[in-house]
Design a protein around this ligand. Structure first.
Ligand SMILES: [Zn+2]
Length: 284
C-alpha cells in the first residue's frame, strides 16, 4: 500500500515534531540538498539493457546544471551503481495493508526483502536496508539513509490491498517542479526531481522483468505521487505486489523468488545507465 500525496502535503515536514532523526531531516530541509552531478542521458545514448557494449564516458554537467557536450570531462569516474537501498515499507505500529486472512504488509515486505537482498548480493551489489526488524523509521529517515549513499538506487517494497493477485507494479514518482532556489540548490521535498528520468528507466527495466515473471502485470512502470520517493535523491522506485487479499499467505510467499529475481535483473540492467561524475552523493 503506497502513501500517495497531494501538493498540499508538501508542507508535511514543516508540521513534523522535532526530535531525533526528524530534527536531522528538518535541518536538511532548511539547509537544502545539493544537486548531485549525475549525468542524465538521452535515451539514444543509453546502451540497450542486454548490450555487451561497455559504457562510454559521458559529459559532465556544466556549471549551473546545463549539460554541454563540449565540457571537458573532469576525470569522470564510472564509480557507478554499487549500492541498493532496500526499503521494506511500514513496520512497527504501522502494519500497512491488512488482509482478511491476517496478512500484514509490514511483515511480508520484510520477508521479501531477505530474498531481494540475496538476489542483489549474488549480482555483486551492496544492499543497505532501511529496517531489519519490526520498526518504523520515518519517511525522512529512510530517504536520509539513501541520500547519504554514493552510487545508490532506492527500492521501496509494498504489498497492495488491491490489484489482481499474483501481479506486481512499479511506480515512479510523478513529475516534480525542478526549479532550484536562488542559491542553485534543490529543496529536500523535491530531491527526486533531478532523478526522475533515471527512475523511469530503472522502473521500466524492473517492471519488464516482473511482467515476464507474473502474467497480467503491466509492461511499463507507472507514475504516482509517492511520498517516500519524493525526498529521495537517487533513482528510486516503488514495487507493489498484489495483494494482501489472498486467502492463503503462501500465495504471496510464492511470489518472493520471482520478485527478487526481477528486481535484481532490472537493477543490473540499469547499471550501465547510471554514470556519476566524480563527486559524492547529495548529502555527505
Ligand atoms: Zn505499503
Amino acid at each position: 500500500m503506497l502513501l500517495r500525496v497531494t501538493n498540499r502535503a508538501a508542507n508535511f515536514l514543516s508540521k513534523m515534531p522535532l526530535g531525533g532523526y526528524r530534527r536531522f531531516a528538518c535541518a536538511l530541509l532548511l539547509a537544502f540538498i545539493a544537486l548531485p552531478a549525475i549525468s542524465a542521458q538521452e535515451p539514444a545514448q543509453t546502451p540497450p539493457p542486454n548490450s555487451s557494449t561497455p559504457p562510454v564516458a559521458r559529459p559532465v554537467p556544466a556549471a549551473g546544471g546545463a549539460f554541454s557536450s563540449t565540457s571537458p570531462p573532469q576525470a569522470p569516474s564510472r564509480a557507478g551503481l554499487n549500492i541498493v537501498v532496500l526499503d521494506p515499507a511500514h513496520g512497527g505500529t504501522d502494519t500497512g495493508a491488512r488482509g482478511t486472512g491476517g496478512v500484514r504488509e509490514s511483515e511480508i515486505v520484510l520477508e521479501f526483502a531477505v530474498k531481494v537482498r540475496r538476489a542483489l548480493e549474488l549480482l555483486g551489489f551492496q544492499v543497505v536496508q532501511t529496517r531489519l526488524a519490526n520498526e518504523n523509521p520515518s519517511f525522512d529517515d529512510r530517504s536520509a539513509l539513501a541520500n547519504a549513499q554514493t552510487g545508490a538506487v532506492f527500492v521501496t517494497l509494498h504489498i497492495s490491498s488491491t490489484g489482481p493477485p499474483g501481479t506486481a507494479r512499479v511506480y515512479v514518482n510523478s513529475d516534480l517542479p525542478a526549479e532550484r532556489e536562488a542559491n542553485g540548490l534543490i529543496p529536500w521535498d523535491r530531491a527526486q526531481a533531478p532523478f526522475l528520468g533515471l527512475s523511469h528507466k530503472l522502473g521500466d527495466l524492473v517492471q519488464g522483468n516482473l511482467a515476464q515473471q507474473f502474467r497480467g502485470s503491466p509492461g511499463d512502470a507507472q507514475t504516482s505521487a509517492v511520498r517516500q520517493l519524493r525526498t529521495t535523491a537517487a533513482p528510486a522506485i516503488a514495487v507493489e505486489i498484489s495483494s494482501v487479499s489472498v486467502e492463503n499467505r503462501q500465495d504471496l510467499d510464492g511470489m518472493a523468488p520471482g520478485v527478487a529475481d526481477a528486481i535484481a535483473r532490472g537493477v543490473a540492467a540499469f547499471r550501465p545507465s547510471y554514470v556519476v561524475a566524480g563527486v559524492g552523493g547529495a548529502i555527505r
